[in-house]
Design a protein. Structure first.
Length: 294
């Protein structure tokens, strides 16, 4: 318990399998605990891809315990076929990009934070058998090319949640990163795009704004988009506005996933987002022109 050992892994998996749709985060964190020693680094095979994980990081421990976005990864990866093209905006350490590559798809990954991009590059090298299927771009995606200042509490501890829309910026570290747009960054890609994933901590509306030609030309079949209400509000948008924009592009919401585990079905594509646990982000899976789930 508290050290990410075999007992913790078994219990964590049991919790998410027995109660995958319930608000049980307090129990999951009680099982996961915190490592007794800092700087513990391990390698783990997840969904056919290898990752180097730092167990002092909450998200890395969840990946190691095989509970991090487990249902979302299962459902998203099941959509991918050999030869498919995935565009991963906000790729972090490459969990979705490398899982896509493990299934035979090609992934174009965008990660602007230097420390996080370093880890993604390291994870790509850990998978030499399909490393050529992942192309890493060390830049952010926004409404137009330029630059953007990202903030996080500590780039040394964990930089995966850096945001241009972080609260209390005066207490955070910052880094300026180059940006491109979806239209500009994908001019050399051939249609179709099977999946577009966007997880940029509140900057999702700007990504869509810079992708009008991308959607017209490449017609992604599926979208997987993060909704984090606090970040979106600070960016001058909201979850409902982002949802309306995506529905207006001709997509239908299939389901929404809590940050770490759980599927929260959307019974209608026009309804508001479901009541996620307070303080938690969510990701919503959309399909182009599909009927809604009842």
């Amino acid at each position: 318990m508290g050290r990410c050992g075999p007992t913790s892994r078994r219990l964590a998996r049991l919790v998410t399998r027995v109660a995958p749709v319930r608000r049980i985060d307090w129990l999951a964190y009680a099982i996961i605990g915190r490592p007794r020693r800092g700087g513990v680094t391990v390698s783990a095979d997840r969904y056919g891809a290898w990752f180097r994980l730092h167990l002092a990081s909450v998200d890395d421990r969840l990946v190691y315990l095989d509970t991090y976005e487990r249902l979302a990864i299962r459902d998203v990866s099941a959509l991918l076929r050999r030869g498919d093209l995935v565009v991963d905006v906000g790729a972090n350490i490459g969990l979705y990009s490398l899982v896509a590559a493990a299934r035979g798809a090609r992934a174009v990954a965008f990660e602007p934070v230097p420390a996080t991009a370093d880890r993604l590059e390291d994870n790509i090298k850990m998978n030499p058998s399909f490393a050529d299927r992942v192309t890493l771009h060390r830049m952010g995606v926004s409404s137009a090319p330029g630059s953007l200042t990202l903030y996080t509490k500590s780039f040394q501890d964990y930089s995966g949640h850096a945001s241009a829309h972080l609260a209390e910026r005066d207490r955070a570290e910052s880094v300026q990163v180059p940006t491109t747009s979806l239209d500009l960054a994908t001019t050399g890609l051939e249609a179709p795009v099977r999946l577009l994933k966007i997880d940029v901590e509140g900057h999702e509306p700007a990504v869509l704004e810079g992708g009008k030609e991308f959607f017209e030309r490449l017609h992604p079949e599926y979208l997987f988009v993060e909704f984090e209400e606090d970040h979106l509000l600070r960016a001058g948008s909201s979850g409902s506005e982002l949802l309306d924009r995506i529905l207006g592009l001709g997509y239908t919401a299939l389901g929404a996933y809590t940050l770490h585990h759980g599927l929260w079905p959307l019974t209608s594509p026009s309804q508001a987002l479901p009541p996620f646990p307070p303080g938690h982000g969510a990701a919503v899976l959309f399909e182009a022109g599909s009927p809604s789930l009842a």
